[in-house]
Design a binder for this molecule. Structure first.
Ligand code: NAP
Length: 274
């Protein structure tokens, strides 16, 4: 007779809408690989449901939560502790328990830093000024990159980000005049769908030796990265950041190990994207 083992730990992702999220597939796969008694769900909740949902997170309890748009800010009002960096960025993408307290952390920062390993740019330009750009700008400031800029279509949003994180403003229409060793695309330009043929940076404006870092990971090879590679630039794809943030989440939910198997997780996600 087959015995039935209900999982010991409930985890999941909270957001709305959740249709395209890779997190359930990845964290389920990781739990299977590491033989952890875990089930990871997709919780697509409306704004009105958030308060009751987070009460349920405490009551059950839910062992760990990934949080995505539009709730990265709201969840911080419902936890016992918010890390300093999540507070500074104004967004938390991970909830976890420590000593009986529900804590909020931002691991997008770890993810973005994972893609910068071995690089030490002296200048950087952030393309876009939305939610993801905040974690990027926080890291650039933390790394003390001497010259940092932001270019955004909506100049008020660029100004707000620039003031908060100490960036220069490069007007969107003349952004290519800002000579940066590191270019970071935080816009959705190049994403699968109607924007797949778009790019935030003209092909002829790449400079030799530049690093092009795309946060978009579907497709893995965006137009931005393809044209950067053709111009001789180094490229960093969005899956590197996605995996880095997921690995940091896994570590918070699994403080005594085992860690996420990174190389095979990347292969798994590349297959999942196809
Ligand atoms: P968001 O808050 O909506 O911000 C989007 C930004 O892109 C805004 O600054 C917006 O400019 C700009 N933008 C949108 N359409 C544009 C266009 N046609 N031309 C020029 N600029 C345009 O989005 P987000 O949450 O920051 O996410 C941005 C991207 O990062 C998404 O593709 C997301 O999937 C990706 N991401 C990846 C990871 C990862 O782990 N790899 C993590 C987080 C996010 P305006 O202000 O002018 O509207």
């Amino acid at each position: 007779m087959t015995s039935i083992h209900p999982p010991h730990q409930l985890l999941g992702i909270l957001g709305h809408p959740l249709g395209h999220s890779l997190s359930p597939a990845l964290h389920t796969w990781v739990a299977q690989q590491l033989k952890l008694e875990r089930a990871y769900f997709a919780w697509d909740k409306s704004a009105e449901e958030i308060e009751a949902f987070l009460k349920a997170v405490r009551a059950l309890p839910v062992h760990g939560l990934s949080v995505t748009i539009p709730y990265k800010r709201a969840v911080m009002d419902h936890v016992d502790e918010v890390s300093a960096r999540a507070r500074e960025i104004g967004a938390a993408n991970t909830l976890f328990w420590r000593h009986g307290r529900l804590c909020a952390e931002n691991t997008d920062v770890d993810g973005f830093m994972a893609g910068l390993e071995g690089l030490s740019p002296r200048s950087a330009l952030v393309l876009g000024a939305g939610g993801a750009a905040r974690a990027v700008a926080w890291v650039l400031r933390r790394l003390n990159i001497p010259r940092r800029g932001v270019a955004n279509r909506n100049v008020e949003k660029a100004q707000a980000l620039a003031e908060e994180f100490g960036l220069e403003i490069a007007p969107w229409d003349s952004r290519t005049s800002f000579e940066a060793e590191l270019l970071v695309n935080t816009t959705p330009l190049g994403m699968l769908g109607e924007r797949v043929h778009l790019t935030p940076w003209p092909a002829e404006a790449f400079l030799p030796g530049q690093v092009a870092y795309d946060l978009v990971y579907n497709p893995l090879q965006t137009r931005f990265l393809r044209e950067a590679a053709e111009a001789g630039a180094t490229t960093v794809d969005g899956l590197t950041m996605f995996l880095g943030q997921a690995m940091a989440q896994h570590a918070l939910w699994t403080p005594d190990g085992p860690g996420m198997p990174m190389a095979s997780a990347r292969e798994f996600l590349i297959d999942a994207l196809q």
